[in-house]
Design a protein around this ligand. Structure first.
Ligand code: GLN
Length: 191
């Protein structure tokens, strides 16, 4: 299997690399177009979605990566990564991939100081019943399209979703000991 790439333009890519190492999966940081040819899946980490978006535009990566995702590159976005994959971020004009049929509201779970950890309910097949989720200025998923499957929910809102080869979570699974979503992503990338 080709390794997993973790987009390293800005934000929390290191914890994803550590999580994948714990799973015994080869992974490395990616930030240039040629590196995207040699990966089976891409993780877009948390951070600041406006900054990552600007850097994607500046480095001429937004369009080519969008094309790759549309043609089947497996991708997993967490927090800011979810925002970047979404169709729309309510009230915010910023570069987005627009490959995942959801709308999000940024920072809907409070500011940095009100970051919290909660148990989220997992509902996908082959997933354990629950896992820990860390929410840091997390986006809320406020609309999901008919092709989008809910993988996890918290207080009646979806917090992890899947559409084909795209997975996304509004929280940070990479900051917990719970490997369920990363395992599901690696399996998807291998399929
Ligand atoms: N609030 C951030 C944004 O809008 C996301 C926060 C995160 O990734 N932890 O990009």
């Amino acid at each position: 299997m080709k390794p997993i790439g973790v987009l390293s333009l800005q934000g929390g890519y290191d914890p994803h690399l550590k999580m994948l190492a714990r799973l015994g999966v080869e992974a490395y940081k990616v930030s240039t177009l040629s590196e995207f040819d040699n990966i089976s899946g891409l993780i877009i980490p948390g951070g600041e979605s406006t900054t990552i978006g600007k850097l994607l535009v500046q480095h001429n990566l937004l369009e080519p990566l969008r094309e790759r995702i549309r043609s089947g590159l497996c991708v997993f976005g967490t927090c800011a990564g979810l925002i970047l994959l979404a169709h729309q971020a309510e009230g915010s004009v910023q570069p987005l991939f627009d490959v995942l049929d959801v709308d999000v509201k940024r920072n809907a779970y409070g500011r940095q100081s009100s970051s919290f950890e909660a148990i989220v309910k997992l509902v996908g097949e082959n997933l354990p019943p629950q896992m820990a989720g860390i929410f840091i200025r997390a986006p809320q998923i406020i609309r999901i399209g008919s092709e989008v499957k809910v993988l996890a929910s918290y207080e009646d809102f979806p917090v992890a979703v899947q559409q084909g080869r795209i997975m996304a979570a509004s929280f940070h699974p990479e900051l917990t000991q719970d490997t369920a979503l990363h395992e599901a992503f690696v399996k998807l990338a291998q399929s």
